[in-house]
Design a protein around this ligand. Structure first.
Ligand code: MN
Length: 211
């Protein structure tokens, strides 16, 4: 089995004006495609691992054979993170903040505004390339950021929302204005999907183990 590049769940211009068509073409068709190809290439020497799900590989990253661990960390992480990221976004106005995850955000952060402040700070302050995350840590939500293509699932934390802050995610449209990109992102969050991920995450309390 080979990993395949998932199609975007919406048209390339569907996230405008927050994320423009050219950015999505490059980001999905070039960057995500390259992570996919390089992940498949890395797994050629370990065909038994190519049968596993990407969630399994990322959750068990530290137990993978050493000769491919770095390649799976970077390219498997890139493959998984972007697949999540596309589904975590939706055309503006098509979903709204609500449901169980909204209740949990109120409980763990105090308010939506406080959550937004923490998530934005994580995204803006990540030095160099990486991601900002909202994760479920077994019994509470956390905001954190990771470097490069690292995914919190490797540390047993379940990703619910992610924002790519690599320059390739925004530079064509926002140039050096990462804070503007981060501020706009909240308009296109797919809260229905975040709620779905939250429901799944709560089902397996022992994070990572059931992947
Ligand atoms: Mn990216």
């Amino acid at each position: 089995m080979m990993f395949t590049l998932p199609e975007l769940p919406y048209a390339y211009n569907a996230l405008e004006p927050v994320m423009d068509e050219a950015t999505l073409h490059f980001h999905h068709d070039k960057h995500h495609a390259t992570y996919t190809a390089n992940l498949n290439k890395a797994l050629e020497s370990h065909p038994e691992l190519a049968e596993k799900s990407i969630r399994y590989l990322i959750a068990h990253l530290n137990h993978l054979p050493e000769d491919i661990r770095g390649a799976v960390r970077n390219n498997g992480g890139g493959y998984f993170n972007h697949a999540l990221f596309w589904d975590m976004m939706a055309p503006e106005g098509s979903t709204s903040f609500g449901g169980p995850v909204a209740e949990q955000i109120a409980k763990d952060f105090g308010s939506y505004e406080e959550f937004k402040k923490k998530f934005s700070a994580a995204a803006v302050s990540r030095f160099g390339s990486g991601w900002a995350w909202l994760v479920w840590n077994g019994d509470h939500l956390e905001v954190l950021s990771t470097a490069n293509q690292d995914n919190p699932l490797t540390e047993g934390k379940k990703p619910l929302l992610a924002l790519d802050v690599w320059e390739h995610a925004y530079y064509l449209q926002y140039q050096n204005r990462r804070p503007d990109f981060v501020a706009s992102f909240f308009r296109i969050i797919n809260w229905d999907y975040v709620n779905e991920l939250f429901e799944d995450a709560k089902k397996s309390r022992k994070c990572g183990a059931a992947e």
